[in-house]
Every structure is written in C-alpha cells, then in structure tokens.
Design a protein around this ligand. Structure first.
Ligand code: C2O
Ligand code: CU
Length: 552
C-alpha cells in the first residue's frame, strides 16, 4: 500500500459546460474535478486550498467508509468545521474497498456549482474482479442550472419559497448542450459575444471511443442535485456488474436508472454496425421532464468522433412508470461469494417517515416531523471533546403515528419543528431503517428520494409500494443475497428497508441526496462508538464552541 497525494485549488471560474457561460466551481481548473485512480489499501491525501474567496467549503468522499478517519468524511457541521476562504485543509483516508465512488462538495448547494468528481479504486495486485473487459471509460452524470448555488440557496430559504425548478441541461462528463437561441440577447462576462455559444469547445459533446469487437467497462455515476436519471446507449445492451462499489449478479438492461449518489459499472460490448456512431443518452426519470435529453457520442473507430449520429437521441422510459423503476432496483442482488450476507435479525428498527412541511411559513422537509438543521459545533467535536449544550440531547423519535395519517394525501397539519438532535447507536449493533415515503404538500404528488448513508455500506432488504406493514413485509425481506449499497431510492408512496452494522466509530450523516432536500432538513445523524474514535485533528476545529480548541 502506498500514499497518493494531491493538491487541489478550488475556485470559481467562468465556464460553459452546456454552452451557457456561468461561474463554476473548479478543481485545478476543471469541472468535473480530477479522477482519483487508486489501488485498494492505498492512503489518499488531498490538500484542498479554498480559493472561493467568499464561501466556505467541505468535500465528501462518497462511498468511502472512512474507517479510522471519521474526521475526513467532509460533512460540514457533522464531522468538521467548514474550510474558510483562504484556508487549506488536508483530507487523509484509506480506500479500503475496490469499486466506483465519487466525491463532491458537502457545504450548502455547492455540488450544483460543479464541485464533483470520480474515485476509482482498483483491487490490490493479483486480486481478480468477477468480470473482464478490454478498456474502461468514466461517465459522471449531472443536472445543471444557470442560476448560481447562492441564488438557489437564498430562494429555498425565502418567503415566498422559490423552488430550484427543473434543470436547464443534463451533463455527461461535464458537457451538455443548451438551446442558445433562448438567450441570444445576453452578453458573456467579457462583453465580447453571446453568453451562450454552441461552438464553444467546452460544450462539445463528450466522446466514448470504442473499437468493434472490444468489451468496455463503463463506470457511471450520478451526482445530480435533483434528477433521477435514465442512461442508455442506442443499439447496445449493458450488463450491470457493480453497484455503489459492490459486485452484483449480472443483469442485462437496455436502460440503466441512476438515483443521485448511485454509482454503477456496466459491461458493454461494441458489437453493433461499426460504420456509424451512436448516441449515449440521459433522460430524467421520476419528475415530469422539462429538460432536453443529454447526449454523448458512442464513437466507433474509425468514424470521426465529432460526427453526430443521424438518428434522434433516444427517449428514456416513461418518466412516471414507478413499477418499471422499482423492478430495476429489485433486480439487483449481491454477487455470490463477494459480500457477506446480513445478520438475520436486527437489534433496533428505526422508522423514518418523511414529509414536506411548513415551519413558520418556510417550506421544509422532515423526518418523523423534525426538520434537520446543522448545529454550529460539529457533532464529532462536540461529542468527542464533551462540549456541553451544542445540540439538543433529546433523541429524535423512531416512529410516527400512522393511525390517523393517509400517506396518499397531503399532510392535514403541515407543521413540523426544527431539530439538531441525533440517533445514538450501540456500537456493533444491527440497525434497520424503514424509509416511508408520503404525499407532498401538493395533492397527488410523491417523488423518489435517494437516501445516502455516510461511513457504511448497507444491505437493501426490500422495497415496496404503500404503507410498510411491520407484520407481513419483514417476511419478504431478502436475507439471502440483498444488494449492498450506500445510496438507495425510496419510491413514490413507497417504502425501503435497509440494514447495517453500527461498527464504524464516528458520526455519520444519513440524508436524501437531492441537494435542496437535504438543505431543507431531509436528513438525520447517527453516532456510534464515539469513545473509540482516536484523537481528533485540530484542523477540523475552529467553529462554534470548538473555537478555543483550535488555538495552538
Ligand atoms: Cu454524496 Cu452526504 O452525500
Ligand atoms: Cu429528497
């Protein structure tokens, strides 16, 4: 095992990812940022230099469990104080599991400004993966807005509420194509031409080069702020072999659904007519699409990579076909021999019932009627250093009274409360989380929420539609070969149950990966084994009641 070190300069720059120029957060000049290629067991050290001038920063290594390094998880307000403008911060962690992961900003809505990238962990020398391929390509998928994250944040925390609405574009590997004729009267930042220019090389479509007869591994990940995504390659099937860093029984699909925060590897054989190029296309799933299809070129050698296929880019499946989406999630099973199965029972089951609410006129999201707010002192520091009165010590509820509640109707009483209290888990205990989705404030609306757990991978025991039945549904849990993931969707009006071992000392966020939903309170925090956490680095301190601890 070796140490791999990086130095990243994070700043705002004018960029045109979808041909429309705006301020984008870049890492060493790029968005998506550099891909971290690492070997299992290596230590990754990233020194981040916050050159954003007026904004704090924190970067989360999504899917990396941070065993023994909970202070490097990058969750602002939970595991560290934010990195202030002009300051540097060092993240140091071991990549202990081969697979496809991502990193992204974990402060406010900065992910939607372009701060994200890929982490590829290859198995240690001599370890074979359960599939083979000739070459691999990376595809990071994102949704893209022309408003800044500052405008979006302000809108979400205003009365009246200003929703972010649907994205202007979908990006594949940081490239999209906005219809510039919609804005041809606006000038760019230099005043030298239009703000939107389809000939800008920054927005020429991403190219996936292939040679006829060869086999490719595509590492596909979604870092979307809002959208669920359907990915497809015209005229080609894909075999899903990895999900969130865990091998799965191969599933052949024409369409791959990705919820924000999910990563997949698919195997694709370049076996179609090689005299032309094909579209790789992304479409929105789960929300009525108002965004054009995002495209990349699946480029057969020796066709010119810029030669667009003459066909129209494919549309995805019906956006509101929940049964189709559910079926794909349910088709994923852990590959035999690679993942230890789950314990057959759990020590504690926590119900998480999520609702859209109003608090003092503000629009919020809540879990069991509490809307999460970050404390000014990060929990990891507060608990490890015994700093009193930094958050509400009353444990949050583990149930919600569903007797008089109809999940198919908007809440009768939309009021909820703010809370910064956390769930404290017995170290090494087995925890079940029952996610229950409901109707939103608008009638006849319930949407998919992708839930992501920091510090762990979990078993997905089951998904269903309707109200979870605590007597009969557990009988249907898959305890034989449930897929292991770190992000999982809860479908409209549906439930999802996950199981995990609380075996990683630290403080871990569990939240909806829709950036605006987490910002509006759709998250919780777990503590486990805090007494086993080693001495905290001073570099994470300096905010709230940890100010004096940061002094040398
Ligand atoms: Cu990828 Cu807490 O998020
Ligand atoms: Cu959500």
């Amino acid at each position: 095992a070796r140490i791999q070190s990086y130095k990243w300069k994070v700043k705002y720059e004018y960029k045109s990812p979808d041909c429309y120029e705006k301020l984008v957060i870049t890492i060493n000049g790029e968005s998506p940022g550099p891909t971290i290629f690492a070997e299992q067991g290596n230590t990754v050290v990233v020194e981040v230099d916050n050159l954003l001038v007026t904004e704090n920063l924190a970067i989360h290594w999504h899917g990396i469990r941070q065993i023994g390094s909970p202070w490097s998880d990058g969750a602002n307000g939970i595991t560290q104080c934010p990195v202030q403008p002009g300051e540097k911060f060092v993240y140091k962690f071991v990549v202990d599991k081969a697979g496809t992961y991502i990193y992204h900003a974990h402060y406010g809505l900065q992910r939607s400004s372009g701060l994200y990238g890929s982490i590829h962990v290859i198995p240690s020398d001599g370890v074979k993966e359960p599939f083979s391929y000739d070459r691999e390509h990376t595809l990071l998928i994102n949704d893209w807005w022309h408003k800044s994250s500052a405008e979006q944040t302000a809108g979400l925390s205003s009365i009246p509420f200003r929703w972010v609405n649907e994205p202007q574009s979908l990006l594949i590997q940081g490239r999209g194509a906005y219809n510039c004729s919609l804005v041809n009267n606006q000038l760019n930042s230099l005043g030298t031409g239009s703000i939107c220019n389809t000939t800008n090389p920054e927005c020429s479509p991403h190219v996936i080069p292939v040679v006829f007869g060869k086999t490719y591994r595509l590492r596909i990940a979604s870092v979307t702020s809002l959208s669920a995504i359907n990915f497809m390659i015209e005229g080609h099937n894909m075999t899903i072999v990895e999900a969130d860093g865990n091998y799965v029984e191969p599933v052949v699909v024409q369409n791959l659904n990705l919820y924000s925060g999910e990563t997949y590897s698919v195997i694709v054989k370049a076996d179609n007519d090689p005299s032309r190029n094909y579209w790789a296309a992304v479409n929105i799933l789960g929300r009525m699409p108002k965004t054009p299809t995002g495209t990349a070129v699946f480029n057969y050698y020796p066709n010119h990579p810029k030669k667009p296929p003459l066909t129209t880019p494919p549309n995805g499946p019906l956006w509101n076909d929940t049964n189709y989406a559910l079926a794909q999630s349910q088709s994923l099973k852990a590959l035999k021999g690679f993942n230890p199965g789950p314990p057959f029972s759990s020590d504690r089951a926590i119900n998480m019932f999520f609702t859209q609410n109003k608090i003092e006129g503000f629009s919020r999201w809540s879990i069991n009627n509490f809307s999460f707010v970050l404390p000014s002192t990060p929990y990891l520091i507060a608990l490890k250093q015994n700093l009193p009165h930094t958050f509400d010590p009353t444990p949050p509820p583990e149930k919600y009274d569903l007797q008089n509640y109809d999940i198919h109707l908007p809440p009768k009483n939309p009021n909820a409360s703010y809370s910064d209290s956390i769930y404290r888990l017995d170290f090494n205990s087995t925890i079940d989380i029952i996610l229950q989705n409901t109707n939103m404030l608008d009638p006849n609306k319930s949407e998919t929420h992708p839930w992501h757990l920091h510090g762990h991978h979990f078993w997905v025991l089951g998904h269903g539609i309707g109200v979870f039945d605590p007597v009969n549904d557990p009988k249907k849990y898959n305890l034989v070969n449930p897929v292991v993931k770190n992000t999982v969707p809860a479908f409209p009006y549906g439930w999802t149950v996950i199981r995990f071992r609380a075996d990683n000392p630290g403080i871990w966020a569990f939240h909806c990966h829709v950036e605006a939903h987490y910002y509006l309170g759709m998250g919780v925090v777990f503590e486990e084994g805090i007494e086993r956490v080693a001495r905290l680095p001073k570099s994470i301190m300096g905010c709230g009641k940890s100010k004096r601890l940061a002094r040398p």
